[in-house]
Design a protein around this ligand. Structure first.
Ligand SMILES: *[C@@H]1O[C@H](CO)[C@@H](O)[C@H](O)[C@H]1NC(C)=O
Ligand SMILES: *[C@@H]1O[C@H](CO)[C@@H](O)[C@H](O)[C@H]1NC(C)=O
Ligand SMILES: *[C@@H]1O[C@H](CO)[C@@H](O)[C@H](O)[C@H]1NC(C)=O
Length: 400
């Protein structure tokens, strides 16, 4: 009896301590990156986490806003152009941050949000009117990178404006900015509207200069760490492989089956982009401007799909045939694209690299994110101590 009387308060105390410590754990930022308190992103449908669903011009939704988009991870359409998460989602997860809210969506905090996403499907790097003068028409949206940057400035003005700009600078110095991929749509529109190759090559320096101009504006606002991804190997996309099919074997990379000329074009953009990043890095020595080599990461699994992937299987489906589409050798039909009534998706998206022509499956995006964050596909290397976990712990295909 005496013993029970004395143990009861001890038990209560233990219980109280336990509940206090678990409340503290829930409230503490444990599991957050030691380097970044927020993430902001810009770009096109490679990075759009819902803007095209929210901001659809005249309420006309793009094909990514219909089933089976989102089926693998979200179980519904989120506006993401994949079966699940995108590279930017995996970056957010690896930093211990929530998946990015589209802007102008509801932000997670009224004061200093944990991030926002300005990327929108169909966005071009170059201004709509500039492209139209070159005979390149974007039928989906007139949104360009500068519009996204302007929206970002508008958001900043509401959360951290101060006469000296110091509040915004402090806040942005602890943000990771993902600037891109962007420019892919400028080129796609041009190639699919049969603009002459030399004219398309001639716009590359303008696209790269536009990205450089955005980097400059972000740095002037106070951004310090910016990850700038390059273009993906577009010669591996089912749409390009279908439209630019060639009877000449030498037009194809023997390992991947991708179109060499179009991949070289993507690399030409990437080389100029890296030169621009190097130039700006010299100009702003206090910043960390990283090139994200999406191309290098994707080329590795395009050439050796059987060695990559997640779970027991890896990419045993195909690397160049779309999982979702309207049939044909690459499961791509311009008039019956994924999301349209009558298109079909494969049973196991995780065994495919390509989801719907110019977007990857979640499984492939996850590898690109891992390769950029954990190495070796960013220059300079991303600081691995800033990550809260490693994707490698997460069921990576054994032959990796
Ligand atoms: C872009 O389109 C929107 C809506 O369709 C329109 O309000 C806006 O004026 C256009 N902007 C430009 C630069 O053409
Ligand atoms: C593409 O889809 C359209 C519309 O369903 C169809 O009429 C056409 O035959 C298809 N083309 C090929 C090559 O399968
Ligand atoms: C990487 O991040 C860690 C954690 O914030 C930091 O201590 C370290 O100095 C960083 N390393 C470099 C090379 O910036």
């Amino acid at each position: 009896m005496a013993m029970a009387a004395s143990t009861l308060p001890v038990l209560l105390l233990l219980l109280l301590l336990f509940s206090l410590s678990s409340a503290a754990a829930a409230a503490s930022p444990a599991g957050r990156s030691p380097c970044f308190t927020s993430l902001f992103s810009f770009g096109d449908s490679i990075t759009d986490t819902g803007n095209q669903l929210l901001l659809a011009p005249d309420g006309v939704l793009g094909h990514c806003c219909f089933p089976p988009y989102g089926e693998t991870y979200f179980g519904r359409q989120t506006g993401r152009c994949s079966d699940g998460r995108l590279i930017v989602d995996f970056i957010a997860e690896q930093l211990g941050l929530p998946l990015l809210t589209p802007y102008p969506g509801k932000l997670h905090s009224n004061d200093f949000p944990l991030g926002a996403n300005f990327a929108e499907g169909g966005a071009t790097a170059l201004d709509f009117h500039f492209l139209a003068e070159k005979g390149i028409y974007n039928t989906h949206t007139n949104l360009s990178l500068q519009v996204e940057i302007d929206r970002f400035k508008e958001l900043l003005a509401t959360i951290c404006s101060s006469p000296s700009g110091k509040k915004c600078k402090d806040y942005l110095s602890k943000s990771l900015i993902l600037l891109g991929e962007i420019g892919g749509i400028d080129y796609n529109r041009a190639f699919f509207e049969d603009v002459a190759a030399d004219e398309i090559i001639a716009i590359v320096p303008y696209v790269v200069a536009e990205i450089g101009k955005s980097i400059k504006q972000l740095v002037e606002l106070g951004a310090v760490t910016i990850l700038i991804p390059g273009n993906l190997p577009i010669g591996c996309w089912p749409g390009y492989l279908t439209k630019f099919w060639s009877p000449n074997k030498e037009d194809y990379d023997p390992l991947s089956g991708c179109l060499v000329w179009y991949n070289n074009f993507a690399q030409h953009h990437n080389i100029l982009l890296q030169q621009e990043i190097a130039r700006l890095q010299k100009l702003y020595p206090h910043t960390n401007l990283m090139y994200g080599d999406y191309y290098g990461s994707a080329t590795r699994f395009h050439r050796h799909p059987e060695k990559f992937g997640w779970g027991a299987l890896g990419f045993t489906g195909s690397a160049v045939v779309a999982c979702c589409g309207g049939g044909g050798p690459y499961n791509y039909n311009e008039s019956l694209i994924c999301g349209n009534e009558g298109s079909k998706a494969c049973a196991e998206p995780s065994t495919y690299v390509n989801w719907d022509d110019h977007h990857f499956t979640e499984a492939a995006y996850k590898i690109v994110a891992k390769d950029v964050l954990e190495g070796p596909f960013s220059t300079p290397r991303f600081n691995a101590s800033c990550l809260v976990g490693r994707a490698s712990d997460d069921g990576l295909h054994s032959a990796y």
